[in-house]
Every structure is written in structure tokens, then in C-alpha cells.
Design a protein around this ligand. Sequence first.
Ligand SMILES: [Zn+2]
Ligand SMILES: [Zn+2]
Length: 335
Amino acid sequence: MFQQLVQWFDAYADAPGVDEDRSRHIEWTRVLPFVLLHVSCLFVLSVGFSWFAFGLFLASYLVRLFGITGVYHRYFAHRAYRVGRVTQFILATFGAAATQRGPLWWASHHRHHHKVSDEDSDPHSPVVNSFMWSHVGWFLATGNFRSRLELIKDFAKFPELLFLDRFDTVIPILYGATMFFIGYIANILFPELGTSGLQTLVWGYVISTVFLYHMTFTINSVSHKESVGSRRYDTTDHSRNVWWLSPFTFGESWHNNHHHFPASARLGFFWWELDLGYYVIRTMAFLGLASELKRVPERYLHPQAATAAQPPAPDAIAIQELGRTPEHGSTQHRG
Ligand SMILES: [Zn+2]
Ligand SMILES: [Zn+2]
């Protein structure tokens, strides 16, 4: 038990290997902070509501949503664009503030998902396992706590990223404290706002984080679930495009598009597919912070064209590293 308490603060302390035997075993002491965060949402009953706290909830959600989709996913897992080293670190802290563990843990497990999606060894397939397991069970399992550093050597070479990954509660604690002090100071300067430090902590961190959890998790659960959404591309997995989740997930839910061509910076492949995460990346590029945004090859944008026989796109490097090309048994059809 002591070891599990240490692991709350040092994720690398005796972290068990990715271990098939233990992959479904949950040690409840280890995952207690995750459970308590959910229970803490009830504090909303005592801290109450103010528009200031609600605004902070929204802003905190949107910034960290980009930290997950734009940074942990599109940048670290798929290298869909390039940034400088300082920007890379700052962006990584946005993702870390979402309290979904470190960048290397998140991106390496996601690379593994692309390698084996909806096969037996996929840790979070709702087709192979239950819906609840794909949504919330798999990452609580002891066997999935270790960062799969062998799958993310390209970023594991940066000590500052290793630090964020190993001490993955540092940024969340600093972030939560910031949320508290925003309300605390706002209450002193503008008492008419009717807020307090505890209120902004609950809305800006606790509720916002839990809401972001479950929106993120829908990509693993709902967006791989048959009978929800639609499929444009005949990928080897069960990924779906779920339009009604796209505003809440900054475009992540164009998940069938994404499994067909994972290297793209853009997940909504067509102008009518709302992809706010991509617009943020485009804005970063406009400001000179990001470059080399990977594009969807033209041939995937003509649904009538069969793609199975075509060679891999030269810009699909990140996917080839993962051992699966977008053409893997894939033909296109309208979803
Ligand atoms: Zn997927
Ligand atoms: Zn992906």
C-alpha cells in the first residue's frame, strides 16, 4: 500500500510492467485520487454557483481539451505538426493539467491502440471488452500504469517531458491551486461577483476535469461502438464518426477519419466536419508557433476512389512507425 501512495506522486516508482496477467486487476488505493475527484463534484452543493465560476469552468475545459486533442493526441502521439522545444514543453503542461497522466504515458498507450485497434490486445476496445471497460476501466488497471516508453522514444529523449511524465501530479496540483487563487483574489477585489476560492476550485478544476475525462473517454468507448455514428472509410477496426460529439471534443470524434489517416493534423476531413482543435493548430501556425501541419492526402478526399491498392502516403511516417498503414485493407465508401 505504501508503494501505491508513493506512485500517486512518482508514477515511475516501482511501476509494474505492462503485464497481461495484471492488465485487468485494479488496485483501489492507487486509483483513489481518480475516485475522490468524482466524489468531490458534490462540493458544488456547498460552494454554489456564480457566472464567474462557470466562465472559469468553461475556459479551463477548453484550454485543457486542446491540451488533450491538440497536444497529447495530435502532437505527441501522431506528430501531426512541429513546434519548437519551449513551445513543446508549454503545450505539454496544458495536456498535463487535464490530469490524464503524463504526455509519454498518454501518447504511448494511444500509439499502441492504433497498432492493435479492436484486436484482442487493444487495451480499450468496446468490441473486445465491455463498454465500461473501454470507457473507464482499462486505465485504472495495474497492468496499464507503466508508460510504454519503447513506443515513444522520439519524445522520451527530452528530460523535461520525462519529468512531467514521471511526476504527473505536479502540474495538476499547481493548476488546481491556481484555480483556487483566481477565485480567492477575485472575491477580495470584486466581491460583487459572488465567488470564492473554493468555488472556483470546484468549478474550474474539479467539475471541469471530470467533464473533460468523460468527453475524452467517449473517443475510446462511444467512437468505437457499433450502432453509434457512421463510417466513411472501411478501416480494419470499428471506429466511427460521431458528429454530435465533435463540438465537445474539438473534433476528436471524427474517429473513423482519424483511424483511416492518423497522421493528419485535421480530423474533420471536410469543411462541414467541425474540428475546432484543427482551427487552434492553424492559428498557432499563423502565429508562427507551429509548422509542417500534415495534410490529408488528396485521394482520401474523393470518396469514390478505392484506396486499397495504393501505396502508403509519404507523409504517413508516424503511422508506419506504428506498424500499420492507413491503407491496411481499406476501401472508401460514404458513411
Ligand atoms: Zn480509436
Ligand atoms: Zn490517434
